[in-house]
Design a binder for this molecule. Structure first.
Ligand SMILES: Cc1cc2nc3c(=O)[nH]c(=O)nc-3n(C[C@H](O)[C@H](O)[C@H](O)COP(=O)(O)OP(=O)(O)OC[C@H]3O[C@@H](n4cnc5c(N)ncnc54)[C@H](O)[C@@H]3O)c2cc1C
Length: 477
């Protein structure tokens, strides 16, 4: 799209409305809004709007609607499916929520926190903690992702097995619709069955139905004690069996139960040399688990009891208990550093699939066989959140593969992996969403009835297809 189309007619009135800090037009000023998180892809926006209030968002969207300009809503820019990346033809206005970062109200009796959608997740957790509450969503990108982005992607993370995904942590929402109208659904009610749950439509909508500008979040009491353990296990089947024991034997106080293969421990130690092998022997699989409680509960006895029962049944081979805060942090460091270890290997296949928990062992075995048969020199890095049946079945391409061939090779392996997943009636996206990168695989699996409903919802909210066009569904023009 050329720069002197009617789109430029939008920018002058917008600059007047938003002021100098509110609209970036120079390429140098826009650089941090134009690359996806991994740096794999680049976009080129018309400009970047940075409204500071809901009214400014509404005015910006209304002007875009009037001029027929498409919008790319952007939060903390940590999404992994290209949803927040503007198109690369200069046709889309990025609307960044980064200046909308006010904590609006905390109600510790009602256990709710009302925030601007541009608040960084970490700062929301800190605000809750100041009132002896917890906002339990917890994920690797929490220092940069925003509440609006968490809502738009229905983010999950480490504690889903106890607290649920973002969908279960939002009571009310405020959003600017694609024509610039404001929908105020900021209810603090914990129960409300009046008709359709409109706010839920925005959870996982990936910016295609409107811009979330505010939210009422559900808080929990802040745990005053927790224990973390890293256990070595012989097989994925043992991991799943131990999960059943842990769920039943830990008074439902389990907050995390992460599957980690040996290769990830090695990648973590490569990325963070200060980390040393956590146990005397190497084990094929590890579980990183955490229990947390408020009040007088003996977590040591609970976790030691689980360890003993696991050893008796041959499920657990060895373990390291993080009794102090510092030791627990060191165990979690393996989980964090292994991501950096993968990142250093360059372009690789990242997935966020789901199968029923009971099917995890069979799925890992069958998918590994299929992928290795096709690409014997690739490396499979399958880890994930056991309690959610959610695996990051990632694949590092063969080291000697030419850089230019990697993307196609990984795409072929993804097709093979998804075909196995279909046999398990699994999901191709349990966390990151569809965005652009998963669109073809998503559409190929939609039934005609589902597609009609999904397209109908989009058309109802956004008949001009201006709000994040081409994400989830193909662009209509
Ligand atoms: C290191 C790392 C770890 C991660 N771990 C997890 C994990 O454990 N679990 C998990 O579920 N995800 C995880 N993610 C991906 C996850 O989707 C994001 O971290 C987060 O939820 C996205 O928030 P964001 O503010 O960065 O959104 P962006 O990346 O800015 O945007 C994501 C999508 O939401 C839309 N959007 C953003 N803000 C708004 C808004 N206010 N209104 C409407 N639409 C909006 C965008 O258009 C885009 O489609 C991880 C990502 C990274 C980089």
């Amino acid at each position: 799209m050329s720069r002197d189309t009617p789109h430029t007619a939008l920018l002058d009135p917008l600059a007047e409305r938003l002021g100098e800090r509110g609209l970036l037009r120079e390429p140098e000023a826009m650089t941090r809004y134009v690359a996806d998180w991994a740096g794999d892809r680049l976009g080129e926006p018309l400009a970047v709007a940075r409204p500071a209030t809901t009214d400014e968002v509404a005015e910006t969207v209304r002007l875009c609607h009037e001029h027929g300009v498409a919008i790319s809503p952007q939060g903390g820019h940590s999404g992994l499916v290209g949803g927040a990346l503007p198109a690369n033809d200069g046709s889309e206005l990025v609307i960044s929520l980064e200046r909308m970062n006010r904590i609006r109200e905390i109600d510790p009796v009602n256990f709710t926190l009302t925030v601007d959608a541009g608040c960084i997740l970490e700062s929301v957790k800190e605000a809750a903690a100041e009132h002896d509450c917890d906002f339990p969503l917890s994920l690797g990108a929490q220092g940069s992702c925003q509440i609006g982005g968490n809502i738009a992607t229905n983010a999950g993370g480490l504690n889903v097995l106890r607290y649920g995904m973002m969908r279960e942590l939002v009571l009310g929402l405020e959003a600017v619709l694609p024509d610039g109208r404001i929908w105020d659904g900021l209810t603090r009610l914990h129960k409300d069955n009046r008709g359709y749950a409109l706010e839920q439509l925005f959870l996982g909508s990936e910016g295609t139905l409107g811009i979330v500008t505010g939210a009422v979040l559900k808080l929990t009491p802040r745990p005053d004690q927790s224990r973390t353990a890293l256990l070595g296990l012989p097989s994925v089947a043992a991991v799943v069996e131990l999960y059943g024991l842990a769920r039943r034997g830990c008074s439902d106080l389990l907050t995390a139960f992460e599957l980690i293969p040996r290769r990830c421990i090695e990648l973590a130690m490569e990325a963070t040399p200060a980390l040393s092998d956590p146990m005397d022997d190497a084990h094929p699989w590890y579980v990183l688990m955490e229990v947390a409680a408020t009040g007088p509960v003996d977590l040591d006895a609970m976790i030691e009891g689980l360890f003993e029962r696991g050893m008796e049944r041959g499920l657990v081979l060895d373990g390291a208990l993080g009794s102090s805060e510092a030791q627990a942090q060191q165990l979690w460091q393996f989980r964090e550093s292994m991501l950096e270890g993968q990142r250093r290997r360059g372009e690789h296949l990242r997935t966020d699939i789901a199968v029923p928990i009971s099917a995890i062992p069979d799925f890992v075995a069958r998918a590994s066989d299929a992928v290795m048969a096709q690409s014997p020199d690739c490396e499979i890095i399958a880890y994930g959140h056991v309690g959610d049946g959610n695996l990051h079945f990632n694949i590092l391409p063969p080291r000697d593969l030419a850089e230019g061939d990697k993307r196609d090779h990984l795409h072929e392996l993804e097709t093979t992996l998804f075909a196995v997943l279909d046999d398990f009636a699994g999901s191709i996206s349990a966390e990151h969403g569809i965005g652009r990168t998963k669109q073809a695989a998503y559409l190929a699996r939609l039934s005609p009835v589902e597609r009609e409903l999904v397209e109908g919802i989009k058309a109802l909210f956004d008949p001009q297809d201006l709000m994040n066009p081409g994400r989830i569904l193909p662009a209509r023009h």
